[in-house]
Design a binder for this molecule. Sequence first.
Ligand code: MV4
Length: 581
Amino acid sequence: MESILIANRGEIAVRVIRAARDLGIRTIAIYSELDRDAVHTAMADEAWNVGTAPAADSYLNIERILEVAHEAETTAIHPGYGFLAENAEFAQAVMDAGHIWIGPPPSAIRMMGDKIESRLAAESAGVRGVPGINEQLTSVDQVVAFAEEHGFPVAIKASAGGGGRGLKVARDGVGLAEAFESAGREAEAWFGNPSVYVEKYLESARHIETQVMFDMHGNGVFLGERDCSLQRRHQKLVEECPAPGLTPDERAHVGELALALGHAAGYQSAGTVEFLYSNGEFYFLEMNTRIQVEHTVTEEVFGVDLVTEQIRIANGEELSTTTTPEPIGHAIEFRINAEDPSQGFIPNPGTLVRYKEPGGPGIRVDSGVVQGSEISQYYDNMIAKLIVTGRDRDEVIQRAKRALVEYEIVGVDTTIPAHLLILENEEFLEGRVSTRLVEDEMDFSHVDRSTAPTLPEEEELAERNLTVEVGGRRFTVRYWAKVMTAPGSGKRIAPRRKAPKLSKQAGSSAGEGVVSAPMQGTIVKIHKKAGESVDAGEPVCVLEAMKMENEIKAEISGEIIELKVQVGDTVSAGSPLMVIR
Ligand code: MV4
């Protein structure tokens, strides 16, 4: 394999470049206009512009990516995660264009991308799913009947979904119809497919995912499990390996289940089979057909480089190990995101005015940023992954506290204060993690937000690099320019961005009786009419933002004397939605 084009950006692009380097393989990066100076762009052996900032015009631009792959004469393409990583059409187009696809067969991507089909495949492989209906729902009456048989709560999920996107939980008959409709709307918004299915919702279950790898010669190996229960709005925050409290027999059992499904699906490359673990039983949830963000903790504990393994498999080689290695020590990954935990983890894009990664014993940081990098609203707001290892979980926790305090990030809010709070939580410290811990039991509204320096500015010459393109290919030249700096610090400072203020509920009342939008979005439902009365805390409308639906609630009781929006309106953060007196 002579070269690999990485169809991705950020930390995973850097990760794949490093793996390719280890194997002596030439690397080709793609970048959007916004990423011309990004770390991954400069790190690769060559880099190609694929379009403008919006992902749809660049990192999702299949035609342009394949055009670059052709012009650069790349041997193989690695998709990373997100973007096109689980796009079966892209995988097929890569192979049809004569390149090697570093990932699973399109057939396996399609099978596991349809959550109902994946459940049927699991059942046929003898892998039990969460109790549910393995067919697309056509009427809320089917959900009512299911709930009558299995009891509440029930989970309504997008058939074309995954990762919890579009997941709605109904805890009684009152909210059932709204949950059914809302799940369908979100499924349409996220995946362009409104179909949904229903499962029994397992409260306080643990989210255990298993790492498997299969080569092209029928070999498969189970590479341990990860606990990913600590999530916020279905975005993982903390992942660890091995899962606290799992016995070797339970580990072996869940590994057999995962391998059985992978073999039945004709799987190849890296894959993750997700389970819910409740009352000593494993229930299949879904299978992810990509390398995952949290693959790192498995690498650290099981001693396998999963990305170089993917590349070798795609090159037709056999697995480097077909037996599960003994786990050594413990690893925990903390996602360092540009989000404000005190405001419901709302994204807080901006410039990393100051950025310095921690180091020392047991510390690995996978990032695609440096000081001055922009965390953009156009892409995922993950800054880096802090991976901490040690002989046992207690040592990891001590080292993690040290590293999180040592981590210097100024210019955006981050999840660091939330992680420090989690590391003080009794349930977490005792290994009693569950999906309820972050979502329902912890309160992050009082975490301390870091404050950027506000210093007077001076003028100074600074060394700069100028990036130019010749024929779509990137070159860098050096020059010196005037910049504004803080006195004596040699550092540029940027105005701090305030995240839109959020009250405790999703909505917020700015001034007497005005309900305003907490963030930019679209009004998808209005529950009340002008003239109707409303109680404090009662939902008055639904705002769709970042493809998730947010219930906007009144903060005071009274009569709605004026509706300022209608369904379909796009509103900006702070826009008045209605007036209550
Ligand atoms: C569930 C569940 C409980 N019961 N399904 C979330 C992400 C996606 N992989 C599936 N997820 C879940 N599906 C049923 N039937 C619990 C989760 C779940 C979760 C749910 C709410 C809040 C945090 C969570 C963390 C991990 C898994």
